[in-house]
Design a protein around this ligand. Sequence first.
Ligand code: SF4
Length: 276
Amino acid sequence: MSIPPNFQFTQGNLQDYVDCPRRFQLRHLLQRAWPAPQAEPLAEMERRMELGQAFHRLIHQHTIGISEEVLARTISAPELTRWWHNYLTAPPPNLPTTLRHAEIVLATPLSDHRLVAKYDLLAVEPGQRLVIVDWKTSRHRPAPSALENRLQTRIYRYLLVKAGVPLNQGQPVSPEQVEMIYWFADYPRQPAHLPYSTGQFTVDEDFLLNLITEIEGRDEAVWPLTPDESRCRFCPYRSLCERNVSAATPSEVEDELNWPAFDLDLDLEQIAEIAF
Ligand code: SF4
């Protein structure tokens, strides 16, 4: 089974492949619906996801100019109230102010396909700094070293170098101009700053090209199932694959650094044109 020509790679679907090729095949190629929750209790999982999405919407609306007062009147949940206060009183420090793009999509050709990502916020001083901000509402703050190795970190910085020319006065983006910041809604004064470098850009490009070449070359009817059954606790295909494990809890899902359920780029496969 091969990849369709118009298939777009994202952080979410590549993370699925790295975790388990069979999950990638079921979810992104076969688009197999399976009636199992990703975590239990389901209601709590859905509540946390909705809160996270509501927080992202608030910041997006604030970035495009809707006033704090108007937005504050839309908030009722205690978590959202706390996160909103934290965002207003302790936002990521020292961000460029010349250009601010919320929920912006960038794309670049990679091998025979496209690599696409949606950014929570890009703050740019053209010709000088391009800063990626990713808002996180998880309960725990991961170690910076773990964040450095996330596929999201590697892909977002790499893609901004490749596709950020229009944001940079038409000039090529140097990796040294790029920085990624994870800002944690419950730890607002402890954002994680992850600068980029030409050396890491080269490593990331080799890694991504090799990964996509491997995916493009797969022709099995059933792609390999992960040997690490602990991953199946976070996967709705547990029963389909006859993996006898229980569903993860919402807290475990939030702590599973590479789980893309809380990221908002899962629908990027549907994007035909760059929203730029
Ligand atoms: S249940 Fe496990 S083996 Fe099956 S697709 Fe999910 S992660 Fe892969």
